[in-house]
Design a protein around this ligand. Structure first.
Ligand SMILES: Cc1cc2nc3c(=O)[nH]c(=O)nc-3n(C[C@H](O)[C@H](O)[C@H](O)COP(=O)(O)OP(=O)(O)OC[C@H]3O[C@@H](n4cnc5c(N)ncnc54)[C@H](O)[C@@H]3O)c2cc1C
Length: 327
């Protein structure tokens, strides 16, 4: 199939295409790795390194049908969102784990976090459900950056930081891995990755020599507890005596507080601003993503209690327990 014959919308400033699942691998209890292929990926491109590039995937509706974007123009979003919810398929956000191959052989690799579904499982979303049954030959719609066009979706922006902190749960493992892969070789800092169980510790997460990588499997423990303790011990030298308590009402499922954007309407800056004075957090840039309540707890502790400047840290709620992140 040529690009012209496909469902690819060539006139849009993004890759909006139906791609084929070329490969599926259950790499660990909680990660399903998929490789997406299609001639349209010849057009995929980011302005520089991929870092934590996010993309959107559209999973088929309950009847197994994907929406077609073939005849859509600039108003594709409005046209799609106006299709009844049970027909239009489900859009979710994921990270480009890797880009392999070139030209029309380019493949996008995505790691989807899964948990086994049970009948009436309230935690069973469209992405999880699809990934658990994924097979080569199936198709998904992808929204991704197109060469030479502004797409956004890379939050990694350390400015003039001299020490880096990366913190995330399993949904942020692909992003943290991508950032570590693309860092300059003289980068310094620490990464903390929380995953469900020991077997989810992936063996191909490589970091520059000056960046330590600490895996924190929960193995049945409370979400975020060890992560909070490890991050605070790293920054202050002391682990908290008690877990950080966060009220449910305090949590914004769409929490997104970066130096340049605030989901709660806080004052932002034009670009990451890392202090170079002799304050405790001088030189530090932090990137923190995961379940919104866990991220909210860290944000409160770091910004409100310890005085970390919001201009030197990105706090991102990648998902929220009990909430479907549907578009
Ligand atoms: C920028 C960005 C990048 C992301 N990158 C990735 C990525 O590379 N890989 C990845 O797997 N996810 C990633 N996510 C998170 C992913 O979008 C969410 O987990 C999303 O909710 C999954 O959709 P779903 O259809 O499975 O569940 P939804 O329909 O959104 O939710 C249904 C239920 O499932 C629960 N749920 C959702 N995610 C999880 C989870 N991880 N563990 C347990 N329960 C869950 C919800 O709390 C809810 O109760 C990213 C999110 C963002 C914002």
């Amino acid at each position: 199939m040529t690009v012209e014959e496909s469902t690819y919308v060539a006139t849009l400033p993004l890759v909006l295409a139906e791609l084929e699942v070329a490969r599926v691998e259950r790499v660990s209890p909680s990660f399903v790795r998929i490789e997406l292929a299609g001639d349209e990926l010849a057009e995929f491109g980011t302005p520089g390194p991929v870092f934590d590039q996010r993309i959107k995937l559209i999973f088929p509706n309950a009847a197994g049908t994907l929406p077609s974007f073939a005849a859509m123009d600039d108003s594709w979003w409005t046209t799609w969102i106006e299709i009844p919810e049970d027909e239009r398929g489900s859009m979710r956000t994921y990270t480009v784990r890797d880009v392999v191959g070139e030209g029309t052989d380019t493949r996008l690799v995505v790691d989807i976090v899964v948990h086994e579904a049970h009948e009436d499982d309230p935690l069973d979303g469209a992405g999880n459900r699809w990934a658990l049954q994924a097979q080569a030959g199936q198709r998904l719609v992808v929204l991704a950056p197109r060469k030479g066009h502004e797409f956004g979706g890379i939050e990694w922006s350390p400015g003039n930081a001299t020490r880096l902190l990366l913190v995330g749960d399993e949904t942020a493992v692909p992003a943290i891995r991508g950032i570590l892969r693309d860092l300059p070789s003289d980068a310094r800092g620490a990464a903390f990755l929380e995953v469900p169980v020991d077997a989810d510790v992936l063996d191909d997460v490589a970091a520059p020599a000056g960046v330590s990588v600490t895996w924190l499997p929960r193995n049945g423990g409370a979400r975020g507890e060890d992560l909070h303790a490890a991050v605070l011990a790293h920054l202050t030298g002391t682990a908290p005596a008690e877990p950080i308590a966060v009220d449910e009402e305090e949590v914004d499922p769409d929490l997104w507080e970066t130096p340049v954007y605030s989901s709660s309407g806080e004052q932002v800056v034009e670009a990451t601003a890392v202090p170079t004075d002799d304050s405790p957090f001088a030189g530090l840039y932090a990137w923190i993503a995961g379940e919104s309540k866990v991220v909210t707890g860290l944000r409160r502790k770091l910004v409100k209690d310890l005085g970390l400047d919001r201009g030197q840290v990105a706090f991102m709620g990648y998902w929220r327990e009990g909430v479907s992140m549907r578009s």
